[in-house]
Design a binder for this molecule. Structure first.
Ligand code: DGL
Length: 262
């Protein structure tokens, strides 16, 4: 069983990609809807929540853990690996960094994400270690998560806010843009349009799913094969009708949530 967790329901973008590539694995998802958002919280708080979420998934039988949340991936991975040394963890930062490194031609890379992800400085460290000539330009884009959760995917207001966030990055001449947040794949079309034809996008949900699929093709029995097309089991720490609607929007199908209380 593949365990996936996120601060809320945005991580279902990762589940969607995992289902495409790994239809024979059961997926157990936990969205911390009672404590979302993480992107405005301190790394210490995010880390504490990440440990609790991992415990929940392991207790329910997950054999590998996919950290769908960019905020957790950029702040908490060393502590998670230290706390659960026998568990294979996958996170969204490393495969996104590697993809951007492969894509960029002019070595100017842009990134949008939550404030905590941007302030973690993790991408800056990775790129300067890999190639000191790479210039990374970042811009926190805190308004995009609530707009997406409201379902404002095509509204003119959303388009103009996306444009505003991308202007400073475009002015630097970036040729690659990392969408460093679970929610942004839902705005991929608008982001691509506003970023311009010269800019290639890195979608972490695709990159991490590719990495997990490659790993499982080498270690077949680690996560345990189940019947094809099994529905993902989606647990949350709080349920409202609005959460059900948001979950459906992210997965593109109707989904029933189960509640877990701490
Ligand atoms: N899941 C978060 C991320 O990818 C976005 C939502 C939040 O701030 O909790 O960073």
């Amino acid at each position: 069983m593949i365990g996936v967790f996120d601060s809320g329901l945005g991580g279902l973008t990762v589940v969607k990609e995992l289902l495409k590539r790994l239809p024979n694995y059961k997926i157990l998802y936990f969205g911390d809807t009672a404590r979302t958002p993480y992107g405005t919280k301190s790394p210490e708080t995010v880390c504490k929540y990440a440990i609790e979420n991992t415990r929940f998934l392991l207790a329910r039988g997950a054999k590998i853990i996919v950290v769908a949340c960019h905020t957790v991936s950029s702040t908490s991975i060393p502590i998670l690996r230290e706390s659960f040394p026998d568990v294979p963890f996958f996170e969204v930062v490393t495969p996104s960094f590697k993809k951007a490194l492969r894509l960029t031609k002019n070595k100017k890379i842009g990134l949008i994400g939550t404030r905590t992800t941007v302030e973690s400085g993790i991408y800056q460290r990775l790129f300067s270690e890999a190639d000191p000539e790479i210039k990374l330009y970042t811009n926190p884009a805190p308004l995009l998560v609530p707009l997406i959760e409201e379902g404002w995917l095509k509204k003119p207001e959303t388009r103009s806010i996306v444009k505003k966030y991308l202007i400073p990055l475009k002015m630097r001449g970036i040729d690659t843009l990392i969408l460093a947040c679970t929610h942004y794949p839902l705005l991929k079309k608008i982001i691509a349009e506003k970023a311009g034809k010269r800019v290639r996008l890195v979608d972490p949900s695709e990159e991490v799913a590719i990495e997990v699929a490659e790993y499982l093709s080498r270690q077949e029995n680690v996560a345990g094969v189940v019947e094809p097309n099994g529905e993902p089991e989606v647990w949350v720490s709080d349920i409202t009708p609005n959460f059900e609607r948001i979950a459906g929007m992210f997965l593109n199908r109707k989904i029933s949530l189960k509640k877990f209380s701490w």
